[in-house]
Design a protein around this ligand. Structure first.
Ligand code: PXP
Length: 235
């Protein structure tokens, strides 16, 4: 049975539009946990366009399940993570002009740097996950960094007009990663319509979902939106 991590970034996106205090992503995290999710995910971007440092500090205090901090592989972010000590860090690529995380991390070209970051974080008992495309060469490189986990980027699958082909790539990637001894989670672009097919893949322990849940919450409330997704994720 897979688990559900709820990404609360877009609650912060709405707050930042007015630069005030509402809606508070920390409150959203607590509601998502009460609804039964298994972890809280947030992405502290370098441009701080949605989640702020204050949010991460409060989340670390209040989250009772597991806090998964997504961040770029930079010195400043590593310093911040070592200070906060979330349960998990997911390293993601970041480009300032992108609307959302486009594509996975290129572990192959940055292997030395990523290996050093993995070591610094894992020494402090922070689980490190690398957000990568379902690509065998990237998985092989990821295993060599000593990271314990990868998150397969499901964006291509979610946006494809031929999702079966993309699904096949994910199935192969998960199987290869498990053989390398990696733990595997998945996320990005998953919705109430396209998540069941990913849940059906053996070997994926958790799905990280944000935009679709927060969008649905506008109409049914966050508690109900999380519960509906949990039904899909838990089969
Ligand atoms: N996983 C990672 C690593 C991400 O960067 C994101 C987006 O912040 C998600 C999952 C969630 O994507 P979505 O908001 O499309 O569900």
């Amino acid at each position: 049975m897979s688990q559900l991590g709820v990404n609360i970034d877009h609650v912060a996106t709405i707050r930042q539009v007015r630069g005030g205090k509402e809606p508070d992503p920390v409150k959203a995290a607590l509601i998502a946990e009460l609804a039964g999710c298994d972890s809280i995910v947030c992405h502290l971007r370098e441009d701080k366009r949605h989640i702020q440092e204050r949010d991460v500090r409060l989340l670390k205090e209040l989250v009772q399940t597991k806090l998964n901090l997504e961040m770029a592989a930079t010195d400043a972010m590593v310093k911040f993570a070592l200070n906060i000590k979330p349960n998990q860090v997911t390293l993601v690529p970041e480009r300032r002009e992108e609307l959302t995380t486009e594509g996975g991390l290129d572990v192959i070209s940055q292997r030395e740097k990523i290996t050093a970051i993995v070591s610094l974080l894992q020494e402090q008992k922070i689980l490190v996950s690398l957000f990568i495309e379902p690509d065998i060469a990237q998985i092989r490189a990821s295993a060599k960094t000593n990271a314990m986990m990868i998150e397969i980027h499901t964006g291509q699958y979610a946006n494809s007009i031929n999702p079966e082909e993309e699904l096949e790539k994910i199935v192969e990637a998960v199987s290869f990663a498990r053989k390398q001894g990696l733990r595997v989670v998945a996320g990005h672009g998953l919705t109430y319509r396209n998540t069941a097919q990913i849940v059906a893949i053996t070997g994926i322990e958790e799905l990280n979902i944000g935009h679709s849940i927060i969008s649905h919450a506008l109409f049914v409330g966050l508690d109900e939106a999380v519960r509906e997704m949990l039904e899909i994720v838990r089969g």
